[in-house]
Design a protein around this ligand. Sequence first.
Ligand SMILES: *[C@@H]1O[C@H](CO)[C@@H](O)[C@H](O)[C@H]1NC(C)=O
Ligand SMILES: *[C@@H]1O[C@H](CO)[C@@H](O)[C@H](O)[C@H]1NC(C)=O
Ligand SMILES: *[C@@H]1O[C@H](CO)[C@@H](O)[C@H](O)[C@H]1NC(C)=O
Ligand SMILES: *[C@@H]1O[C@H](CO)[C@@H](O)[C@H](O)[C@H]1NC(C)=O
Length: 464
Amino acid sequence: RDGGPPRLEPTKSRKSPWTRLLIVTLMGCGLVATGYRSSLFSSLFNDRGLRLLPEEDAIRDPLAEFGACAKRNLLETGLPFLKDVAPIDVPEFENRRDRLAQALVAEDVDAFVVEPGYTFKYYANVSQPEWEVWESESRQIPHSSALLFEAERARLLGMPFVDEIQIVPWEEHWNPYETLQTSDVFHQLDRRPRLMVDEEMRDFIQRGLGNAGFEITGLKGRVEEVRQIKTSKEVAILRAVNTGTVEAVRLYPGLTETQIANALDDALRAAGLDPFFDIVLFDENASNPHGGTNGSKVLEAETFVLIDVGAHLYGYSSDICRTFFPPFFPEPAQDQGTPSHIAEKLRVWDIVFEAQTMSIHQMRENSTAAMVDIAARDVISQAGYGEAFTHRVGHGIGIKAHESPYLNKGNTGAWLKTGMTFTSEPGIYLVDKFGVRHEDVLLVDSDNEPILLTGSRAESPWRP
Ligand SMILES: *[C@@H]1O[C@H](CO)[C@@H](O)[C@H](O)[C@H]1NC(C)=O
Ligand SMILES: *[C@@H]1O[C@H](CO)[C@@H](O)[C@H](O)[C@H]1NC(C)=O
Ligand SMILES: *[C@@H]1O[C@H](CO)[C@@H](O)[C@H](O)[C@H]1NC(C)=O
Ligand SMILES: *[C@@H]1O[C@H](CO)[C@@H](O)[C@H](O)[C@H]1NC(C)=O
C-alpha cells in the first residue's frame, strides 16, 4: 500500500517453463506457486518483502488463499472510505421531489412521467426489479397510477415520502391514460396537461398518453438537471464507493484475467460494495476498451494490466480504471536503459495521464461537455495517437454508472454546472499490443479545479 511494489528476486520467476512461478498479489498480499503442473507451494509477501509460509500451508489451494488474503487485507485497512457515509434518507427523497416540482414549474410542465428504473429509483426508491412488468401496462405514473388489483402492491412498495401517496387505479377494461387524464390529479388545470416523460419511458406509453390528450415533451432542461446535480449526501456516497473501488484494485492481482476479476469482486463484496461489472484485460486484450475476450490470458512478468471496475453502494455507482505492471516486475532504475517494448508502454501511460489531467482542468462550471473531451483529445492527437483514442472522454455518473451529460466532442450544447459528477477516462488502444486507460471520478466545483472522488489518481504504472 505504500513503499512501492513488493520486490521479488527476478530469478524466482525465470525457472524452467514447468516450474515457472505464477505470482499473484492482491493488496500487497501475494501468492507464489510453481506452475500448474508441478507441486504447489505458496508464500505470502507484503510490501516490504517476501515472507515464506511454513511448509504445511503449501498444500492449500493457491486461488482460495489468494482470494482470502485479498479480502483480509482490504478489511484490515479499516475501510476508512466508508466512514461518514449513509444511505439516502427520507428528507433527501422529499427534497428531490421538491426540486423536481420547482424544475417542472420552471419548464412550464404539469407533471413528470417515469417508469420503474434508474430515475424512479432516484425519486421514489423503486427499481426495475422491485416493480417488474408482470402486466405490460401496470406501471407507475406519478402521483401514481396503477392497475386496480396492483394498487395495494404499489402502496406496499413503501415509497419514501412523508405525505400519503395518491394512487389512481384503473380496471383492466379501462384506458389507463384516459383514466389518468380525467382523474382529479389534473382537474384544476385550465389547459391541456403538459407531461414531461423520462428518457427511460417506453414508447407505447408515450403514445397512449398523447392519444388521451396529454401534451408530451421529452426530458430536458431544469428537470434533467435535478438528477445531474448531486447533493452533498450523494457526493459522499460517490466518494466512498469510488475510493473503495480504487483501493481494492490498486492493491493487486494475478492468475488469469477471469480469476483476478472474481477475486476482486469477492474483495469488494467483503468491504460491503456490490460489484456490477469488472473488466480485467492483459496486454493486447486491452486494445478493445471493453474487452470481449474470454478471460483465459495468464498474467506474466511484464504483462500490462488494465482493470476497469464498477460497484454499487447505497444505489450509487463507482466506475474506475487503472493500468499498471504487476508488482513483481520491478521498476527500471532511472539510469538503466529501458527495453523499447516497455518504453512504449511507459510513454503511452504518461500521454494518457496528461490527457486526463487536461480534461480534468477543463471540468469547470460553464465549460461545455465537448470542451472536456477535446482537452484530452488534443493531448493524445498531438502525441500521434489520435486514431487510437476511440471513445468519448467520460460521462456523468451517479445512481447509474453512465448518465448524462456525456463528455463527447459533439456535445457542444451541454454546459457543466457545479455539483455535476463525471468520469474522466481517456485511453489509447493499440491493436495487437496493449491498451491504457486511466479513469477517475470528479465533482464540478464552480470555477475551481474539480474535486476528486476516487481518493487519489494513479502515480505511475507501479503505483496505480
Ligand atoms: C430504499 O430501498 C432500499 C431497498 O431497495 C432500502 O434498503 C432503503 O431503506 C430504502 N430507503 C428509504 C429511505 O426508504
Ligand atoms: C487475447 O489473449 C489471447 C491469449 O493470449 C489471445 O489468443 C487473443 O488473440 C487475444 N485477443 C485479442 C483481441 O488481442
Ligand atoms: C479462450 O480463447 C483462446 C484464444 O484466444 C483459446 O485458446 C482458449 O481455448 C479459450 N478458452 C476458453 C475457456 O474458451
Ligand atoms: C456561469 O455562467 C452563469 C451564467 O452566465 C453565471 O451566472 C455564472 O456565474 C458562471 N459561473 C462561473 C463559475 O463563472
